[in-house]
Structures are given as C-alpha cells and as structure tokens.
Design a binder for this molecule. Structure first.
Ligand SMILES: Cc1ncc(COP(=O)(O)O)c(C=O)c1O
Length: 348
C-alpha cells in the first residue's frame, strides 16, 4: 500500500523549512523593515525591490480556475525541471534509492537522477513506444521511489496508453509522475482528473510549451495536498520571481489566444506530416500528440547538417535508443514550415 511516510526521506520528514520574513508576518502593514530589502526602490520603471510571494498565491488561484484543481493541490516551480529535481530530493536517498525511467524519453529525469546520485533503472519502451509493464514490474524493488512517464512522450510524440499508467498507479507503492508538458496538443484527457483517485499520482505541466512562456520558467506539479506540502517545504523560498509571477498572471487571462495557437499548430502539424512523408529519405513518421514530429529517415546526420547549413535547426535524435535515424522537428509558424519544406526539397 502506498503511504507517503514510507517513501519520504527521513531528513525531509524532520525538516524545519526556511522561514522567510514574509512567512512570519501576514496581514496589513505599511512599513516593511523585516527583509533587508532596498526600501528606496529599483533602478527600473517597474519596482522589484520586494521579495515575491513564496507560494505564488495569485498565480495558483488562476491556475486553479483553469485546471479545475484546488490551489492546495498545485506546486509551482522554476520550470517543471525544478519540480522534477525536488521530487528526487524529497523522496530519494542518494546512493540508496532508485527510480524507473522508460527511454526514449525526456532527458532531465536521467540528469536529475545523476545529480542526486540516484540510480535510474531504464526499462525501454516497446517498439511501438508503449510501456513494457512486465519489465517495469521486474525492475521495481523495495528502494524504487519514483516512476517517470512522459505522455505525450518526448521525443516520440505519442501518448502512453492510459490503462497502462493506471495499472502502475494502482500497483506501485511509490509515486507515478506523469509529465504532461505537451498535453495541450493531445487528443487524450489529462491525468489531473485522477488526482482524487490515486494518492500516489503527480502530474507535471508547464507554461513553456502551448502557453508560449518558456522564458518565464513556470512549471506546475499537481498532486495530493501532502505531496504538495513536502515540495513546498523543500523548494527554495522564492523559487518563482516576481516578474514571472506578474507576467504569468497576465498571460493566463489570454486563454483564447493560446487555444487559437494550439489549433493552428495542429493544422500545421498535419501539413508537415503530409508533406514530409512524401520525401524519398523518409522511412516513417510516428503519430504525434505533441507540437513536434519524430521522423525516421535514411540519413539523419546528413539531413541535420544540411539543414544547419541553411540556418534551420531541428533536433537530431539518431543516437537515442529506439530512435535510430530519427529527427525531431518542432512545428513552426506557417512561414517557418514553408521554409523547412522548401529546403528539404533541395536535399539530395
Ligand atoms: C517532457 C518535458 N517535460 C518538461 C520539460 C521542461 O519544462 P520546463 O520548461 O517547464 O522546465 C520539457 C522541455 O522540453 C519536456 O519536454
């Protein structure tokens, strides 16, 4: 049976978190002499001399409306990469515990594991990029704390079968992390709806993709209140800066504009697939639920170098297991996609 106390690191269980000046005082006041800030202001038009809200209350309230999840079930990080790292630091004892990753998948799970000195046990996806549930079951032992599933998956673009993820959630005693960075482009339902069903579920999302805010570094984790409390305890006190919080709040009012871009991206994705599959050097294009496509070619290095020479950068994934010969191409604007297609026509 999953129980957070069985998987939490002892030092984190006993941790007294840093108490910031703003944590210690709440209410109305006009003179703030508690945080060693510069009381005179900032040498800018906009004032940033005060520390930001450590728990990003306003942004969470807006996210709560959009996602239909109470704010107490939301963690905000400096990108979802920070949420990934905090999960390692909260639940995995360095040199002792392990996690399961299912390559080919997003590279930061492995890097975060390495940084935290945690073994990442690899269970390759199947040939059709789905979970090998038997392999995962064999890899799990008493020190397995986390399983990372990316759906839609980067770099393959497909969604992972929902029932398989549910099987893991129902049977694994650690946390199942479902990274939904690309969910806005997907035909599949988000796993956020399952939070009330599975206490060991963590859903990651980000404002870096469909929301067009990669430069602000805002990532979210949705999970039970007890998991969110742990993550808030472990995070740096002011992990999301004031200008990012303000701009995110402003951007989150523009849902219609973002939905328009998502529709356009999906049309452009279809256009790219139809055109690219006609090229002689293309062996396969995998069905994508994301804003990129994985294209298997006869000569990934040759095409990659050719495109670089023309000032077009795609991602060469040909060295990644199960992605041999493949390029990952992000869907661009209609004009960018035209440039890409016209250039590919001239590849010999
Ligand atoms: C699957 C996946 N998760 C997370 C991230 C990182 O997101 P963020 O910008 O919020 O750190 C990426 C970025 O490429 C990604 O592909």
């Amino acid at each position: 049976m999953y129980n957070i106390n069985n998987i939490l690191r002892e030092n984190i269980k006993n941790l007294t978190p840093y108490s910031s000046a703003r944590d210690e005082y709440q209410g109305e006041a006009s003179v703030f002499l508690d945080a060693n800030e510069n009381a005179y202001g900032s040498p800018l038009d906009q004032q940033f001399n005060r520390y930001p809200d450590p728990l990003q209350y306003k942004v969470k309230m807006r996210l709560s409306e959009i996602k239909g999840v109470p704010a107490r079930n939301i963690f905000i990080g400096n990108g979802s990469d920070e949420a990934i790292d905090i999960l390692f630091r909260s639940f995995c004892n360095p040199g002792v515990d392990n996690v399961i990753i299912v390559p080919p998948t997003y590279g930061m799970y492995q890097v975060s594991a390495n940084i935290n000195d945690v073994e990442a046990r690899k269970v390759l996806l199947t040939e059709d990029y789905q979970l090998n549930l038997e392999g995962i079951a064999e890899a799990i032992d008493k020190n397995t704390k986390l399983i990372f599933i990316c759906s839609p998956n980067n770099p393959t673009g497909n969604s992972i079968n929902r029932e398989d993820v549910e099987t893991l959630l129902a049977n694994f005693n650690g946390l199942v992390i479902v990274d939904e960075a690309y969910i806005n482009f997907s035909r599949q339902k988000t796993f956020i709806q399952e939070l009330t069903e599975y206490a060991n579920l963590v859903v990651l999302q980000t404002l870096s993709k469909a929301w067009g805010l990669a430069g602000l570094r805002i990532g979210m984790a949705f999970a039970s209140e007890e998991i969110i409390e742990v993550m808030n305890k472990v995070k740096p006190p002011y992990n999301v800066n004031e200008s990012s919080q303000q701009l995110a709040l402003e951007a989150l009012a523009n849902v219609d504009q973002v939905n328009g871009w998502i529709r356009e991206t999906l049309l452009q994705r279809d256009r790219l697939v139809l055109a690219i599959k006609e090229f002689e050097f293309v062996l396969d294009i995998y069905p994508s639920d994301a804003n990129f496509i994985l294209v298997k070619t006869t000569d990934a290095n040759g095409i990659y170098d050719f495109l670089v020479n023309k000032g077009i950068i795609v991602r060469n994934r040909s060295k990644v297991e199960l992605c041999e010969g493949s390029l990952r191409i992000t869907v661009g604007t209609p004009e960018e996609n035209t440039i890409l297609l016209d250039t590919l026509k001239t590849f010999k």
